[in-house]
Design a protein around this ligand. Structure first.
Ligand code: IPM
Ligand code: MG
Length: 357
């Protein structure tokens, strides 16, 4: 029997509620395919700050490093909002991404047919289809660049630095082009090359990498224009390739246009099969522990984990199909509820997916 180590980080807020449901689904699928999943639950984010004054304890990072994949819920909440930068829950995410070398963040945004009405965009825009993938560089740029406090002629000042080298850009560009080859073969590289030197380097490297993928169509857009195009005509996008910060912003926008952020999964990966999988949404502290959260994004993150880290794409399809059937039958958590559908809580939604497997 194949045996895998999975590190589980429920984290804070609804991270706990949704991860519980996803683990049940993973166990059921593991049983069906006769693999053994050894879960180790570890702390990161606010819970880790409370337990050991450190958002990312060394033990957590070590256990993740020794695993085949990581399933992460969400971190953060108002309780820890006033801590200084290096002690905030979000620091755990950056530490995990950097510490595990997860330089590529894949954030698909897709409109589910049965959830179309949940999109804030007009029907005629949505009807053209939204099915895109944001490929965000995750361990470089301004998130990891030099930063500090200084003075401008006696006036307090601060700075953060956007910096990329050719190797970093090449690596993420290859991820984008390879992803495009499995999709509609189109890459839109997003930058601010009219202003930023780092963007001009980005553009030239992306153009070189593109030569290795002659079948893929490449275009470049400025980030401000991209923000506009995403709401004007999202159907024009297949793969969006971009830097850490632009990807942070655009992936939120992309998820919003689908109208169902509670449905969207993501993965953070590197060259080998190791990856960290998490929903796109945050920890939603206001509804934590109330059986209100939508567990589907986390269940779909588990599907991604099976597909990319355990090479079990059939298992991934099983989970996705089960989710689709539950939606087709009209079950909805509060975030995607519309009149005429059946409202259920976190646990029941989890159970409905289990029953379809
Ligand atoms: C995300 C989040 C994080 C980021 C925060 C919580 C550090 O917004 O995963 O997009 O900015 O990367
Ligand atoms: Mg973000």
């Amino acid at each position: 029997m194949k045996d895998y180590k999975i590190a589980v980080i429920p984290g804070d807020g609804i991270g706990v509620d949704i991860t519980r449901e996803a683990l049940k689904v993973m166990n059921k699928v593991a049983e069906k395919y006769s693999v053994k999943l050894n879960f180790t639950e570890v702390k990161a984010g606010g819970v880790a700050i409370d337990a050991c004054q450190n958002p990312l304890p060394q033990e957590t990072l070590d256990i993740c490093k020794a695993s085949d994949a990581v399933l992460l819920g969400a971190v953060g909440g108002p309780k820890w909002d006033n801590l200084e930068g290096s002690k905030r829950p979000e620091k755990a995410l950056l530490g995990l991404r950097g510490g595990l070398g997860l330089y590529a963040n894949l954030r698909p945004a897709k409109v589910y047919d049965v959830l179309k009405t949940a999109s804030p965009l007009k029907n005629e825009i949505i009807d053209e289809g939204v099915d895109l993938l944001v490929v965000r560089e995750l361990t470089g740029g301004i998130y990891f660049g030099d930063r500090g406090r200084c003075e401008d002629n006696g006036i307090a000042a601060a700075y953060d630095t956007e910096r990329y080298n050719v190797e970093e850009i090449k690596k993420i560009a290859h991820v984008a082009f390879k992803s495009a080859m499995k999709r509609r073969k189109k890459v839109t590289s997003v930058d601010k090359a009219n202003i930023l030197e780092s963007s001009r380097l980005w553009r030239s490297v992306v153009e070189k990498v593109a030569k290795e993928y002659p079948e893929v169509e490449l275009n470049h857009l400025y980030v401000d224009n991209t923000a506009m195009q995403l709401v004007r005509k999202p159907s024009q996008f297949d793969v969006i390739l971009t830097s850490n910060m632009f990807g942070d912003i655009l992936s939120d926008e992309a998820s919003m246009i689908t109208g169902s952020i509670g449905m969207l999964a993501s993965s953070s990966v590197r060259e080998d099969s190791f990856g960290m999988y998490e929903p796109i949404h945050g920890s939603a502290p206001d509804i934590a522990g109330k059986d209100l959260a939508n567990p589907l994004a986390q269940i779909l993150s588990a599907a991604m984990l099976f597909e990319y880290s355990l090479d079990m794409s059939e298992a991934a399809r099983d989970i996705e199909n089960a989710v689709q059937r539950v939606l087709d039958k009209g079950f909805r958590t509060g975030d995607i509820y519309t009149e005429g559908t059946k409202k259920v809580g976190t646990k029941e939604m989890g159970k409905l997916v289990l029953d379809e497997l």
